[in-house]
Ligand binder design. Structure first.
Ligand SMILES: Cc1ncc(COP(=O)(O)O)c(C=O)c1O
Length: 394
């Protein structure tokens, strides 16, 4: 049976299947060195500790863990998250925390809360691909904020706000996806000040902040938020495991109560069992030792990729040197076509994500995003050797 196009909501017209996704399905084959995914290193997942936590939960609280739970989240996990946010420099209590299915659900709920068709969202340029998709699903219009190697430029905002009356600004201040760039301390302070002065709502998305392997930590923008205009989102995907699908948002009371209604409508609540397991894991294990292992491995992998790129890439290519996170961003010569390079790269058994899809507007053909968290050093060297040979042959 074929369905008429009128069957689908008009907003579906904005959503396009990604050609890149189709190509990248091939990249999952084991002989291909893939720098394409956004995956953490699976060998660092705390499998044994999570097994012990799951066992404890089922033994001691099996019935509660398998029952429906509150939409806000499991109280003890909300407490833990509030403490975690305080350690990041955010004044928050458990009552401010809504537990979600990954931070991706925060993007979806915030989009549903705020975006009418045609409403403007300000974003970094480029920005996280699945944020573009989440906001596009609600028919947002994107206005990119000028960015450089220190992140978005706050001074550009007043003009953009006046001209576009945006609903909110979406930003990833730490080790941004896709560029790896970190918003400087000065700019975070300026951003919070400008947002307060112009009553601009900010969605601060911070999945990577705990993955800093060099340099000093910088508090989140939310740290400087005196007027309550910053929503802060984070996740356990990169610090425990993404398969748990556990994230959260801390929001001012008025917004929190509306997000809660949307959360109820979406899925009633996040898995009671997963929340209890995460909570048992977090309280029974030394988190700084666990995070130290992840940071150590990612720092080494970044260094290996950086050194390999220096050795292999021809003139005309440059890349970011992130102090944490999982990605670096490679800029090729102006005429480079990243999609065409990917098609050839797959034949030579190496893969990456071409930069184009990370740009909400046009442009971005000559960029590549490389992930370094999901390959071991030997595979990184080999993958970069293959990529370098292709780029030199151009
Ligand atoms: C910037 C950013 N935000 C949100 C997410 C979603 O992560 P999760 O839903 O697993 O928490 C990701 C995942 O890679 C991301 O890079």
């Amino acid at each position: 049976m074929s369905f008429p196009s009128e069957l689908y909501a008009s907003r579906m017209r904005q959503l396009r299947p990604s050609t890149i996704r189709e190509i990248l399905k091939v990249a999952a084959q084991p002989e291909i060195v893939s720098f394409a995914g956004g995956l953490p290193a699976p060998e660092l997942f705390p499998v044994d500790a999570v097994r012990a936590a799951a066992d404890e939960v089922l033994t001691r609280h099996g019935r509660e863990a398998l029952q429906y739970g509150p939409s806000e989240g499991f109280p003890a996990l909300r407490e833990w998250i509030a403490g975690e946010m305080q350690s990041r420099g955010i004044q928050a209590s458990a009552a401010d925390v809504l537990v979600t299915n990954g931070s991706q659900q925060v993007l979806d709920l915030v989009a549903k809360l705020l975006i009418n068709p045609g409403d403007v969202v300000l974003t970094e340029n480029p920005t996280y691909l699945a944020a573009i998709q989440a906001f596009q699903a609600l028919e947002a219009r994107f206005v990119p904020v000028p960015t450089d190697e220190q992140g978005l430029i706050p001074e550009a905002l007043p003009e953009l706000i006046k001209k576009n009356r945006p609903k909110f600004l979406y930003t990833i201040p730490n080790f941004q996806n896709p560029t790896g760039v970190t918003l400087s301390r000065e700019r975070r302070i300026a951003l919070a000040r400008i947002a307060a002065a112009h009553e601009l709502l900010i969605l601060e998305d911070d999945p990577y902040g705990k993955l800093r392997y060099r340099g000093a930590e910088i508090p989140p923008v939310k740290h400087w938020d005196e007027s309550g205009c910053v929503l802060y989102a984070s996740t356990f995907s990169k610090t425990i495991a993404p398969g748990l699908r556990l994230g959260w948002v801390a929001a001012p009371r008025e917004i929190f109560s509306r997000l809660l209604i949307l959360k109820q409508a979406a899925d009633l609540h996040t898995s009671s069992f997963d929340q209890r397991v995460a909570c048992a894991f977090l309280t029974a294990n030394d988190q700084s030792a666990h995070l130290g292992r992840i940071r150590g491995a990612y720092g080494e992998r970044f260094e290996v990729m950086d050194a390999a790129l220096q050795k292999e890439m021809p003139a005309g290519y440059r890349w970011t040197r992130p102090e944490g996170g999982m990605f670096l961003w490679l800029t090729g010569p102006g005429e480079l076509d990243g999609l065409e390079l990917l098609e050839r790269a797959i034949k030579h058994q190496v893969a990456f994500v071409p930069g184009r899809d990370f740009f909400p507007a046009e442009g971005g053909n000559n960029y590549l995003r490389l992930n370094f968290s999901n390959s071991n050093p030997a595979r990184i060297r080999e993958g970069v050797r293959r990529l370098g040979a292709l780029c030199r042959a151009d």
